[in-house]
Design a binder for this molecule. Structure first.
Ligand SMILES: Cc1ncc(COP(=O)(O)O)c(C=O)c1O
Ligand SMILES: N[C@@H](CCOP(=O)(O)O)C(=O)O
Length: 513
């Protein structure tokens, strides 16, 4: 085995994996998990998928890549691996010596031993399989995410692989031919947070085995989606979770998620920024692991959505990507995913990124307008886009880097604009959350101003499922919201149990009948 060269070891491992992936897949039924059998062998089809992964872990090539924490300032300087300050991912820490954020840095040299064709084939070949853990959209890119974790420690719900919706009718209304919506909300807990949480909770699972006293529970501050994902993944792994929620500022559907999953739910009389400060203090003073995107592990999972989009376009780069921003981790995660693909030669350019903020919580927009000269946190006001009601985003520097490097733009949307944009697009078959409404409103403005051209390939990132925000949609369609006309409202018509009344209602709507 020692005689094999680096490349050969990797290729041997990947080839063996590919063979087993084929054997494991039940004929004609995608996404069906193979049930455990008593005895597992490497060759036998139909064995337990975890055991299969365990066997594979001992094959050549499984130890070739590594990643570590570096200060984010070294990423800004373009020298992440040159930094003398580096930490193992098995350490519990969230900030560098200078108090700045950390970043997960990969051994790009080792990854570059394999050409673009190799990576494309490997990633594409794993889509939709039941091979543990590669059936997950996140773990199908394991070598680029968390290469050193054992597959045994991974906590996954086969997240990711979300659909890319061709917004044909909505695009047509905006005079566009190539508009797409990446449906990250079509996920286990109904938001993109699952992508990051599978990585973070998997690493916690590993840490708890390595250092039993280091992590007693995992905690986060949340506007409702991070808490839902954290509590679900922790419940799946049997790890205690604690969530800090701003009282009365999240939707009912979001609130019930951590309750159902058995988390300790603290409803705190403050806003998200207040919760974020508290959770940082708590996680510094006791063995509770921080699960917000300040923890750079989360972004390693979230970045796979960018790679997935490229796969979905057969490795062609869209011209624009529009994303709603709050704590601002996700825009950096997207940038990082695209950048890794470019650096490793899978694509030749980056898309232009647009960050869309609610006008009522727009600190990044204000900084953008000042040429990023200065950043001032704001007191976030109430917005229907409640998950991005954040005035002091933790990842401000990460977002600015992502936007600068991609010739990016920041837009904002008023409450009426975001609700109208969501409702208008819903009329073409979507079911948008208000945050996606913010991004759709930004798209509409940039299209109207001619910044986005008719044939530009544009992807709007839908970050949560609309069903999590049904209350605000009901209010919109009932025309109950003060100051919002409800231009696209479609309220139900009350009708008596009488054929004549029913026919009248139908004729009123379709007068040609
Ligand atoms: C539904 C939804 N959309 C968008 C965002 C913004 O993501 P980020 O905080 O990474 O900017 C969040 C969370 O903040 C969210 O929950
Ligand atoms: N929208 C988020 C806010 C916290 O963001 P995070 O990505 O830093 O955890 C939420 O749902 O809580």
């Amino acid at each position: 085995m020692q005689l094999l060269g680096f490349s050969q070891r990797l290729a041997a491992g990947a080839q063996a994996e590919a063979l087993r992936g084929t054997a494991c897949r039940p004929q004609g039924r995608a996404q069906v998990v193979v049930r455990p059998r008593a005895a597992a062998s490497v060759e036998a089809p139909g064995r337990d998928i975890r055991e299969d992964a365990h066997n594979r872990a001992n094959l050549p090539g499984s130890d070739a890549f590594n990643s570590r924490y570096v200060p984010f300032t070294s990423v800004e300087a373009g020298t992440p691996r040159g930094s003398e300050e580096q930490y193992s991912l098995d350490e519990v820490l969230y900030r560098s010596r200078d108090g700045g954020l950390l970043d997960v840095s990969h051994d790009m040299e080792a990854l570059a031993h394999f050409d673009a064709a190799y990576w494309k084939k490997l990633f594409d070949g794993r889509i939709g399989t039941t091979s543990w853990p590669f059936g997950s959209g996140v773990w199908s890119k394991k070598e680029w995410v968390l290469p050193e974790i054992s597959s045994d420690d991974i906590v996954s719900m086969f997240e990711g692989n979300s659909n890319l919706f061709w917004a044909e009718r909505f695009g047509h209304e905006l005079g566009m031919s190539d508009l797409w919506v990446k449906q990250c909300g079509n996920s286990h807990t109904g938001s993109f947070k699952d992508l990051g949480m599978t990585v973070l909770v998997s690493q916690v699972n590993r840490l708890r085995k390595l250092k039993p006293d280091a992590v007693q529970a995992v905690g986060c501050a949340s506007t409702g989606d991070t808490s839902a994902a954290l509590s679900a993944y922790c419940a799946a792994a049997g790890i205690p979770s604690i969530v800090f929620l701003p009282a009365d500022k999240i939707s009912l559907a979001q609130l019930v998620q951590p309750i159902a999953n058995g988390a300790l739910v603290l409803s705190i009389d403050t806003d998200f920024d207040g919760c974020m400060k508290l959770i940082q203090e708590v996680t510094q003073s006791c063995p509770i692991y921080l699960a917000n995107s300040m923890n750079s592990l989360r972004l390693e999972g979230q970045k796979t959505a960018a790679i997935e989009i490229l796969q979905q376009f057969n490795w062609q780069v869209p011209d624009w990507l529009i994303i709603p921003g709050g704590n601002l981790g996700n825009i950096y995660a997207f940038y990082k995913g695209f950048k890794m693909c470019k650096d490793l030669g899978l694509v030749d350019r980056l898309p232009r990124l647009v960050c869309a903020q609610a006008q009522n919580a727009n600190p990044l927009y204000l900084a953008y307008k000042s040429g990023y000269d200065s950043f001032q946190p704001v007191k976030a006001q109430t917005t229907f886009a409640s998950a991005i009601q954040i005035g002091d985003p933790v990842s401000i520097n990460r977002a600015v880097l992502a936007l600068r490097e991609t010739d990016g733009i920041v837009e904002e949307a008023s409450e009426e604009e975001l609700m109208d944009a969501a409702a208008r697009a819903d009329l073409t078959g979507m079911f948008n959350c208000p945050h996606t409404g913010v991004a759709l409103s930004a798209l509409t403005k940039l299209r109207e101003r001619g910044v986005i051209a008719p044939s530009d390939r544009t992807v709007v990132v839908s970050t949560a499922h609309g069903l999590k925000f049904a209350q605000s949609k009901v209010a919109y369609h009932s025309k109950e919201i003060e100051g919002i006309g409800g231009k696209y409202a479609n309220p139900p018509v009350q009708v008596k149990e009488e054929l004549g009344a029913v026919m009248d209602a139908i004729r009123t709507k379709f007068n040609q009948l």
